[in-house]
Design a protein around this ligand. Structure first.
Ligand SMILES: Nc1ncnc2c1ncn2[C@@H]1O[C@H](COP(=O)(O)OP(=O)(O)OP(=O)(O)O)[C@@H](O)[C@H]1O
Ligand SMILES: [Mg+2]
Length: 234
């Protein structure tokens, strides 16, 4: 991509080897990748090709065994745990393959949780939470516990929770994997809206090639490398 702007996220020769006592497993062989502010990127590829590992590395939940990762041109490899968690709280929202909701908290409490950590919890953020929950059709269920919700509803709560901090970067691992077509479309429209209106950078792993039509760019992974890339024509 020809651009005079520095990428928001830069992976340079990044690799990840998992080591247990006797075996080494190369999850990411070597990946170099630039993602610009406001881009909507999808990652496709067979099971085990390294998609979740790549997302975890971008999200600083895991550290590479080689190469460097830059966020806003800053090399984060020298960050300690505190600096990394501050970076995550401030800039990154996660939607995981499993929903990771807290079972004893209600919908609204789950959604507001990231704000408790970053102490931005005020009335306007409550209004924003309610607005997002309404958008995903959950306005009537804010006091329910996750166990009282369907899988699709829980995933929608997880998505709202990821957006509540207005993150600059949203990382989503199969966010529509457990949803029916209609709900899946709604969730995707919401992500597209966030990307366009707020300029949020989105990296989304999906198994569904149909979902890539909403993205700016599509990355195909195989055996721990980027096999090819495709710009989506709009
Ligand atoms: N903590 C770990 N320890 C050892 N190996 C791991 C670990 N996490 C992942 N792997 C291995 O790394 C490879 C890539 O895993 P990853 O979860 O990134 O795949 P994926 O592309 O997300 O697959 P899926 O589509 O099934 O979610 C897999 O073969 C997996 O077994
Ligand atoms: Mg995965």
């Amino acid at each position: 991509m020809v651009s005079d702007k520095a990428p928001l996220i830069r992976l340079y020769g990044v690799g990840k080897v998992y080591r247990s006592r006797e075996v080494e497993y190369i999850a990411i062989k070597e990946v170099s990748l630039d993602i610009m502010q406001g881009e909507f990127v999808t990652i496709l590829g067979p099971s085990g090709s390294g998609k979740t590992t790549l997302l975890d590395l971008i999200g600083t939940l895991d550290t590479p065994t080689k190469g460097k990762i830059y966020i806003e041109s800053i090399d984060i490899s020298k960050f300690d745990d505190k600096k990394l968690s501050d970076l995550r709280n401030e800039k990154i929202g996660f939607i995981f393959q499993s929903y990771n909701l807290i079972p004893y908290l209600s919908v609204i409490e789950n959604v507001m949780l990231p704000l408790t950590v970053s102490s931005k919890n005020d009335e306007s953020s409550m209004d924003y939470a309610m607005e997002l929950l309404k958008e995903v059709g959950l306005a009537g269920k804010v006091e329910k516990k996750p166990s009282e919700l369907s899988g699709g509803e829980q995933q929608r709560v997880a998505i709202v929770r990821a957006l509540i901090n207005k993150p600059q970067i949203l990382l989503a691992d199969e966010p529509t994997g457990n949803l029916d077509t209609k709900t899946s479309d709604e969730v995707l429209n919401m992500l597209v809206k966030v990307s366009k209106e707020r300029g949020t950078t989105i990296v989304m792993v999906t198994h569904d090639p149909e979902l890539t039509v909403h993205a700016d760019r599509c990355i195909y992974m195989r055996d721990g490398i980027i096999e090819r890339e495709k710009k989506v024509r709009k």
